[in-house]
Design a protein around this ligand. Sequence first.
Ligand code: ADP
Length: 394
Amino acid sequence: MREGILVINAGSSSIKFSLFVGESGGEMALSSKGQVDGIHVAPLFKAFDPAGHPLAEKRWEHGESLSHEVLLSFLLRWIEEHLDGAVLKAAGHRVVHGGLRYSHPVRIDADIVEELETLVPLAPLHQPHNLAPIRALAAVHPELVQVACFDTAFHRTNPRVAEIFALPRALTAEGVRRYGFHGLSYEYIAHRLTEVAPEVAGGRVVVAHLGSGASMCAIKDGKSIASTMGFTALDGLPMGTRTGNLDPGVVLYLMQRKGMDAKQLETLLYKESGLLGVSGISNDMRVLLDSTDPHAEEAVELFCYRIGRELGSLAAAMGGLDALVFTAGIGERSAVVRERVCRQAEWLGVRLDPTANAGNVQCITAADSPIPALVIPTDEEMMIARHTRAVLRG
Ligand code: ADP
């Protein structure tokens, strides 16, 4: 029997979906994907085949009154019509925060939704939007199995020393500690490494997930042992619009001297900083690389410099480095950023092959480079589909 797994990745104004189909017991393949954008304003549904050719489009006027239930009912009907003989078995959701409890994906019931709700204060910009479609699907299709896959789960193998802040113990006990994010991407890469580079998959690997959100992870023997994101997805590298790590004294200064309140700080740190803040031009790496403005160049320089520094720190956490992997939008597509990072990593034994790098091939280092650097496309949706099927099978 052919089985379908629906993967949902919901944000503040959009719900992305992917439908994976495969023989039961066999590998699954992407069958269609798409999104509903403009939720709460003027929702627009678009679906594509795996090659990106349009399959369907629908726009709702006066969308401010449309509930998640209405949109998900529509999506489910569309999915049922495009299963091509397969049976929809479950929906798998990307959920940003699983707290300390969830080190693995979990089958969702009402109690678990309540518990995940208690983690909203730890990820206020993501968690509520991840939970909304779970509730809506449970309301419109209660018999459909739903599975939550957490961005934090892969990092639960971190040693305690990598997780705690130097804060009074009571705060650590309360949950103020490093969780790490982008875990589904790192888990996918760790698995993919066993297929494409088995000689390093069991070693000490730093993966740089460089998208509009960016982080890095130290993976030793296939397990996360440290990462650059911490209590929230604000820590670590500068990102499209987020600061990355920042002396907490800056926050005190902004409060005490500039009178900024929590809401203003949240906007500054999450939405107005990073590549956008430094360049004053754009949060999009492509725009900055094409620009001749010195502020754009400084933003790119800072981004690459911070990656180089974190690479050293993560290698130190593992006692060395056996491979460097680039992934996500910038990591997979920007030869310029990869070249700058690799040049900074020469001291670690990374010797770039500029021709290979420009050609976007999998291995971008010279044949005699002591440490290989690889470009491996990530696929968080596939990871969620696999997890969902594994949870279904118990
Ligand atoms: P997200 O983190 O939102 O999932 P992606 O991983 O797709 O996003 O990364 C998106 C970012 O990748 C964009 O903001 C853009 O800056 C960058 N990007 C995409 N293509 C290129 C490219 N060819 N060169 C440089 N940067 C790129």
